[in-house]
Design a binder for this molecule. Structure first.
Ligand code: 4NP
Length: 159
């Protein structure tokens, strides 16, 4: 089982969007038994809340379920349990580092794995409401991440 944790600041806009989009991709590839997807926030302001209205709206438009996704705060203890810890921006990366995880090939920003993307931080839509921009970036990053994990899975099946 490969375990993936998406992290943003509040866990109501960007990381729950990545959680839902990636979970949907994993389901469509028939990999639900092999890839576990979660998300969490650095802060605790929205703990227990469903995704932000803007995130829900764009997911609804695209037919992607966010069932069961509620904001929660990341804990230091859980981080070693994940094979991939995927941050939305540089600030999140700094916070993850403070929690004890250094950047590596398993701890990175979502857009670090999208070579075509000049923008490396997924911008926070909480203040500017640009959920459509976030959705496009999240789609691109998640598609790359899935390809990378599929290669990991193929490699581990060979060995
Ligand atoms: P997110 O956006 O990190 O993408 O979930 C935010 C949500 C809430 C806050 C900031 C960013 N906040 O300050 O409450």
């Amino acid at each position: 089982m490969i375990r993936v944790l998406f992290i943003c600041l509040g866990n109501i806009c960007r990381s729950p969007m990545a959680h839902a989009v990636f979970r949907d991709m994993v389901e469509k590839r028939g990999l639900t038994d092999q890839i576990l997807v979660e998300s969490a926030g650095i802060g605790n302001w929205h703990v227990g809340e469903p995704p932000h209205r803007g995130t829900r709206s764009i997911l609804d438009e695209n037919g992607i379920s966010y069932a069961g996704i509620h904001s929660r705060q990341v804990t230091r203890d859980e981080l070693p349990n994940f094979d991939y810890v995927v941050a939305m921006d540089s600030e999140n990366m700094k916070a993850i580092k403070r929690l004890g995880l250094a950047p590596s090939n398993r701890v990175f920003r979502l857009l670090d794995i999208v070579p075509q993307s000049v923008e490396k931080d997924v911008p926070d839509p909480y203040y500017d409401g640009r959920f459509d921009v976030v959705y496009d970036l999240v789609q691109k990053g998640c598609a790359k991440l899935l390809r990378r994990i599929e290669m990991d899975l193929a490699r581990s099946e060979q060995s």
